[in-house]
Design a protein around this ligand. Sequence first.
Ligand code: PMP
Length: 443
Amino acid sequence: MTKVLHRTIAHDYPVAESGQGMVIRDANGKEYIDASGGAAVSCLGHSHPDVLAAMHAQLDKLAYAHTSFFTTKVAEELAETLIADAPPGIGHVYFVSGGSEAIEAAMKMARQYHVERGQPQRTKFIARLQSYHGNTLGALALGGSMARRKAFGPLLIDVHHVSPSFEYRGKRADETPEAYGARLADELEAEIQTLGPDTIIAFVAETVGGATAGTITPVPGYFTKVREICTRHGILLILDEVMCGMGRTGTLHACEQEGISPDIMTVAKGLGGGFAPIGAVLLANHVYDAFAKGSGNFMHGHTYLGHPLAMAAALAVQKVIKRDNLLANVKAQGAYLTRRLNERFGNHHHVGDIRGRGLFQSIEIVADRGAKTPFDPKFKLHARIKAEAMARGLMVYPSGGTVDGTSGDHVLLAPPFIVDEQTIDLIVERLAEAVDAAISGLS
Ligand code: PMP
C-alpha cells in the first residue's frame, strides 16, 4: 500500500523509472511519449547528457550555500544570461524554487515596491478569470479557477477578477478581435475606477493562459492597451510566464510577441526543464531601484533560493536551447503541430476549438459544437482522455471545464522542443484515438 499522498487517492499510478529524449519508461518497460513535457516543463525532454554533465560537475564542487552568506558563480552567470535576453527594461532576477514561489515573491515585491515609494495605501490586486497562478495561498487568490479556490475561499486575500482574452469563449460573433481586446481593456479600466486607481498594487496575467482553460492566446493589441492602462495609473504589470515562457511559444518570452515589457515577470517550468526545481522573478530596473534607494532589502526569502544545483541545471538547459537553436524548432514544429491538429480535429464533432502558440497547443472538447456547450463536468471527460492516452503510451495534460460552464474540457500539448514531425504524427494519432475512446465511453 502506498504511503505517498498522491494527487488522486484512488488511482493506480504507473511507476516512472527512466526517461530518454521524448520518452518516459515505466517499471514494466512500457514507454510513454511525453507530449506535454509533464506540465509544460521538460523542454529538452529527458536525461539530456549536457544538462546531466553540468549538474554532476556542480555537485562535485558545491551542492548548497545559503544565500544570506554567499552568492555563487553559477547563479550570477544564469542571471546574466537571463537579463541579456530579457524584455527591455528588465534588469534583475530573483531566484526561487518553482512557479508558485515565483508568484508569491512577485506579489510581495510589487506590494513592497509601493511601500518603498510612499504609497502604502495600495493593497489590492486585479487578476483574471480562468487563470492559474499556482496553489499557495497568494497564488491561489490570484487564480481565476473558481473550482480550485472553492474550499479555501475564506483564507484568500481580496483579489478582483476581470475577463481574460479568450476569443473562443469571450469574443462576440459580430466583434473583430481588436474590438474585443478594446472591450476587455475597458473592463479593466472600469474595474480600476471602481476600486480606486491608487489602491491597486498590480494587474496580474498569464501572457498566454495555460492550466485552467488550455492555451488561451491574447488578441492583437490587448496587452498594448493593458500596458498603457497600468502605466497611466502607476499600477505594476506582472506577467506570469511560468508556463508559457522560456521559449514555449516560439520566442524566449511570450510577451515579446505582444511588443510589451512587464514590470515584473515570473518564469519557472521551462527555465530548468524539470532537471531541478527552479523559478525566477525578473524585475524591471525601476522596481529594483525602489528597493535599492529605499530600505535596501526585499523582505522575503526561502532556504533554497538560488540553489546551486538548480542554477547549474537551468544554465545548462538555456545554453543547449541557444546552442542548438531550439526556438527555431519550436516555431517550425509548432506550425506543424497546429496543422496536424487542424487536419485531424478540424471537423471533429466534439472539438470546438484548436488554439495555442508554438509548442503550446490545446483542443477544447465540447458536447455540442454549434452551441459550444461543454460536457457535463460530472463525466470528468478530461480524466478519461488522460487515462485512454496513457493506455496508448501518450502523456498529454488535460483539465476539466470550469464548473460554471465557462469552458469545456481541454487537452494541452506541450512537447519538448526537440520534437520532430514523425513524433508529432504519432502524438496526434494517439490523441485522436484517446479522445474518441473517452467520448464513446460516456454513452
Ligand atoms: N503560474 C502558472 C501560469 C502556472 O501554469 C503554474 C503551474 N502550472 C504556476 C504558476 C505554479 O507553478 P508551480 O506548480 O511550479 O508552483
